[in-house]
Design a protein around this ligand. Structure first.
Ligand code: PAF
Length: 298
């Protein structure tokens, strides 16, 4: 049985670790230097039914990279490259699955790990970090897995244990389509919640009607042009967006959390992607939110 090593102990990484652990899978956390020397705490996961599930896992540090059998990367988009560079002893045969929000780092990861099987994972489970090592699973979602390079194509069997643990996991040969679908939701919810410092659910208040509709429109146009014949209808996108807002109503988005805690945000990989691909499509609201978040980040 493969051991799953989770890089990036954020909310979603911990929830996935917990779900895998619950199904008897072996799970380890690859920790950063700041965790070294700490007594490694157990992960406390509050499940959807409100039960506390304690997860004991072996802490791993970069020098243990040579034993990593399968790496699931949940770090923030802007940390992925540096975090991977630390794993110098990672075997060239180890599959690496990128679960980060946003898009735009695939080519750099391919250049860094030219031999490893590379895959992307797109996961819409709801997760919230309540404290360090205390994480709440807030909603069920879908998970898609697909290859980012030739070697990644041989790893579709990973879907089976993930589907068993997460209730849904499917393989897609066009994983970029799923990445863009998730990015589209993030490009509406994340900058708006961060800029106005509101919960996801507050976006449904009447004061946001107009801006939500405008942003929805901008993002839909850019993404549907990239999706081509695979594009969903605008109504389908709106319904999907509202469903995510409702399912995560009490959550604070990752960008709102990053901004309020003075951390870097993933704006370059989310709204930045929309701006980069807009070409002749006018995207004034996205541009304004991008400028404002960048200003506050600085
Ligand atoms: O980035 C996030 O926080 C989440 O992807 C989303 C969908 C906005 C829900 O909180």
């Amino acid at each position: 049985m493969t051991e799953w090593t989770i890089l990036g102990a954020g909310a979603l990484g911990c929830v996935i670790a917990g779900q895998l652990h619950q199904k008897g899978e072996r799970v380890g956390f690859m920790l950063s230097e700041r965790h070294r020397g700490h007594f490694h705490p157990n992960l406390d996961l509050i499940t959807l039914s409100g039960r506390h599930q304690l997860i004991q896992s072996q802490p791993r540090f970069p020098e243990h990279a040579r034993n990593v059998e399968c790496l699931l990367v949940f770090t923030k988009a802007y940390h992925v490259l540096d975090a991977l560079k630390e794993l110098q002893h990672l075997p060239k045969t180890t599959p690496v699955i990128l679960f980060n929000n946003g898009m735009g780092i695939t080519e750099q990861v391919k250049a860094l790990l030219p031999d490893n099987p590379l895959l992307a994972g797109v996961c819409s489970h709801g997760a919230m970090k309540e404290q360090d090592w205390l994480v709440r699973h807030t909603g069920k979602g879908e998970t898609w897995l697909g290859p980012l390079n030739e070697a990644g194509k041989a790893w579709s069997h990973l879907v089976k244990p993930l589907a068993c643990a997460l209730e849904h996991c499917e393989w897609s040969d066009d994983i970029a389509l799923h990445q863009r679908r998730k990015l589209a939701i993030n490009a509406v919810m994340n900058p708006l919640t961060a800029h106005h410092n509101v919960t996801n659910g507050q976006l449904l208040e009447p004061r946001f009607n107009d801006v939500l509709e405008q942003l929805n429109d901008e993002v839909y146009q850019v993404i549907s042009r990239l999706d081509g014949s695979e594009a969903e209808t605008k109504d389908a996108f709106r319904r999907r967006l509202h469903k995510v807002i409702e399912l995560t109503a009490t959550n604070h988005s990752s960008m709102q959390q990053d901004l309020i805690h003075g951390r870097a945000t993933e704006i370059d990989y989310i709204t930045g992607f929309i701006l980069e691909h807009a070409n002749d499509i006018p995207v004034p609201v996205s541009q304004q939110l991008y400028d404002e978040i960048k200003r506050r980040e600085a």
